[in-house]
Design a protein around this ligand. Structure first.
Ligand code: CO
Length: 204
């Protein structure tokens, strides 16, 4: 059996198990999705949104890209954010970074990554903004960890300044914004920043 055959076989088994455990499962989800959360995470295969948060199909709207960036002129991300806020009316948006992020490491290397460099540029601007604090950390691993945290912080700040979020906060008192970092070494999520409408942000 090829790896692809195995995926399709696994899928059949999964679908059967779902129906066995909950006969109305697919009928319900087919009719409606009402996720409470939008997850903006890294594409990294080790950080699957549903598994690490114990959520099921239908509970989390997901957007993932290299290094979990929120870029104002990224039509893809902005469409996801607009749809989830205006139509799905999610109550929470989580931007989740992770330690050991290859995108963050690549941005800090002097290597030429071709097209990817245009994307990594957005991480370099985070570095430049926090250069003094980052350069003061002598240990490279610790410095990269701090940059992962600053990156999440900056993506939340960018998100909070978008028209989509500003307008929603005027009318709906939602969504709350949460900036988290996931640890590959122990599987634990850590809060970096929390922002709720009409209140001061809390940087942890
Ligand atoms: Co990553």
């Amino acid at each position: 059996m090829t790896p692809i055959d195995i995926l399709l076989k696994n899928n059949k088994e999964w679908a059967n198990a779902q129906v066995k455990a909950d006969p109305g499962f697919f009928k319900r989800l087919e009719a409606l999705q009402t996720p409470e959360f939008l997850w903006i995470g890294c594409s990294d295969s080790r950080v699957p949104a549903n598994q690490i948060t114990g959520t099921k199909p239908g509970e989390v709207f997901v957007h993932r890209n290299v290094a979990n960036l929120v870029v104002q002129n990224d039509l893809n991300a902005m469409s996801v954010i607009q749809y989830s806020v205006q139509v799905l009316k999610v109550k929470h948006i989580i931007v989740c970074g992770h330690y050991g992020c290859g995108g963050i490491q690549a941005a800090m290397s002097n290597q030429n990554w071709g097209l990817l460099d245009k994307w990594l540029y957005h991480i370099k601007t985070v570095y430049v903004k926090h250069k003094a604090e980052l350069d003061a950390i002598p240990n490279e691993e610790e410095r990269l960890k701090k940059l992962v945290e600053f990156n999440v912080l900056e993506q939340i700040l960018t998100l909070s300044k978008t028209d989509i979020i500003r307008n929603s906060w005027k009318n709906e008192q939602a969504p709350e914004l949460h900036g988290w970092v996931y640890s590959l070494s122990n599987g634990i999520l850590k809060s970096i920043i929390e922002m709720v409408p009409d209140s001061n942000m809390q940087i942890n």
